[in-house]
Design a protein around this ligand. Structure first.
Ligand code: FE
Ligand code: CA
Length: 511
């Protein structure tokens, strides 16, 4: 093997998140014909910058097999980026090695593109061509951008429903798609849903790969990835329900749990259009980051799972709702962990963007839950870490961060509310975008919740869908879009409510 080939292979292995090198490898073997179409999981793009994006695919002709149906040898994957859908005006091309240690996934960081325009891309490998994907670059730094249209979703439990919401998300033609967590659900297959994912609950890399293989085989999800660049963050189910740090609900041995978390993070990286900076190192993976859209908007993406301290006021390990307790407001405990929280507060303080969108996993504001035993709080999200929320709100206020807006997921309901430190003085507004298919609360229960929490101005728990956001220098418009039914593959969509936030005037208005 020549030195250059050795370096190429080492780079490919590194880019795949793999720590070791395969033994025998030759270019001829890497370019050999593949007997089956390896692009069953489609293509994706993400992490747009003014000069480039990440292009993703994973070679897996049989996605429900642990190795995706691939032999262990590395495979050369060629990629092409063009200015037109027919791929005639090619502007960039190259190749990457897909290696078994990285699940035969490739993450190509394309650079040298022009800002704020669409591009089309395609992969070829082993005599097969992938579908053509469409992506776009971010506007130039400081550019005077007049409009950004995005869609955001979360919580797509495969067994709970079909993903008809994506048909409409694609038709909306967003510049950007945000996915805010629960991309897969890890539980074992059941007979209770409208369709069945394969296999037992995953605990190792093979298991998680199979689960992603099932989810990412869905044609509607593939179409949504091929339509626009995505920015993704995880919640709990990408690893295990309600985990935090090195602790799962069952309080398993932390060393064993971290081994599981490492496998889950590796599988997550292998299936998402993420940059090399997110390559996992054992059970650690960098996921918090910001994204600029010219001078119009900055996004701060949070990871609220990886670095949190142990569960707050944990009386019983299976009890998520806790009474108020000193730990909840202990300033030394951060939902984000010290390093990420410092990064966030610094980033917010330095933002010159007209709009600052916090993309995170939950409903961020305080939600009190009345029970016969008194008020309860969820210790799974911000409710267990009230001081972290307070410090962010104070930062928005004290640094005069322009126009903060929070987007969230997790609770399988649409929620709109203002956020503030004092009653009636909003600092930001939050919009929780429903769920793509996971089942939520009944509206009767949500009505009771609204009575206990007058801060909540809108809730809807019985319908599935996503949020659509249009941002201009003057305002931010959020529309909650719900399909009639996720129990059938295709379903019409309706706008269920619209909100407007005016620049310079905190607080949401119902449009
Ligand atoms: Fe969920
Ligand atoms: Ca969740």
């Amino acid at each position: 093997m020549t030195l250059i080939r050795r370096q190429l292979l080492a780079r490919a292995a590194l880019a795949a998140g793999a720590a070791l090198l395969p033994g025998a490898w030759t270019p001829a073997l890497a370019q050999a014909r593949l007997p089956e179409d390896p692009f069953a999981l489609g293509v994706a793009s993400g992490e747009p910058e003014p000069d480039g994006v990440v292009l993703w695919t994973r070679l897996a002709p049989r996605p429900l097999q642990p190795d995706g149906g691939m032999a262990p040898a590395p495979v050369e994957v060629r990629w092409t980026v063009a200015e037109d859908e027919q791929l005639r005006r090619v502007v960039r091309s190259g190749s990457a090695l897909a290696v078994a240690e990285g699940g035969h996934a490739v993450h190509v960081e394309v650079a040298g593109l022009r800002p704020d325009r669409p591009y089309w891309y395609r992969f070829t490998a082993g005599g097969h061509a992938s579908p053509t994907g469409r992506t776009r670059t971010a506007p130039a730094r400081g550019a005077d951008v007049r409009r950004l249209r995005l869609a955001y979703g979360s919580c797509q439990k495969y067994e709970a429903g079909f993903w008809g919401a994506y048909d409409h998300l694609v038709a909306d033609d967003p510049d950007l798609v945000l996915f805010l967590g629960d991309y897969i659900y890890e539980q074992a297959a059941t007979n209770k849903g409208v369709r069945r994912h394969p296999g037992p609950e995953p605990t190792d890399l093979s298991g998680y790969r199979i689960r992603y293989g099932a989810y990412k085989s869905d044609p509607k999800l593939k179409a949504a990835h091929a339509a626009a660049p995505w920015m993704v963050i995880w919640d709990d189910h990408e690893v295990e329900n309600d985990y935090g740090g090195d602790q799962d609900r069952a309080n398993s041995d932390p060393a064993l749990f971290l081994r599981r978390r490492a496998a889950a993070y590796q599988a997550y990286f292998e299936h998402m259009p993420l940059r090399r900076r997110s390559i996992p190192v054992g059970p650690q993976m960098l996921l918090h980051r910001s994204l600029d859209w010219g001078r119009l908007a900055q996004f701060q993406f949070l990871d609220t799972r990886q670095n949190r301290p142990h569960r707050t006021c944990d009386v019983l390990s299976d009890e998520k709702l806790i009474p108020d307790c000193p730990e909840r407001t202990d300033p030394s405990r951060s939902l984000l962990g010290a390093a990420q929280e410092r990064w966030l507060l610094d980033t917010l303080g330095g933002s010159k963007a007209r709009w600052n969108l916090l993309a995170q996993q939950y409903a961020m504001g305080e939600i009190q839950r009345p029970t016969p035993e008194g008020l309860r709080y969820s210790n799974d999200g911000w409710g267990g870490y009230a001081q972290t929320r307070r410090r962010i709100l104070e930062r928005w206020r004290d640094a005069e961060v322009p126009n903060p807006v929070v987007l969230g997921g997790d609770i399988h309901c649409f929620i709109a509310a203002d956020l503030g430190l004092e009653e009636g003085r909003p600092i930001a507004s939050e919009f929780v975008g429903g769920s793509i298919s996971s089942l939520g609360a009944t509206n009767a229960d949500l009505q009771a919740l609204m009575q206990a929490n007058p801060r909540l101005t809108f809730t809807e728990g019985e319908r599935r869908g996503y949020g659509r956001v249009e941002i201009t220098p003057g305002g931010c418009d959020v529309t909650f879009r719900a399909i009639d039914s996720a129990l059938v593959p295709e379903s019409p969509v309706r706008d269920i409510v619209r909100f407007h936030v005016e620049a310079g005037r905190p607080g949401l208005q119902r449009a």
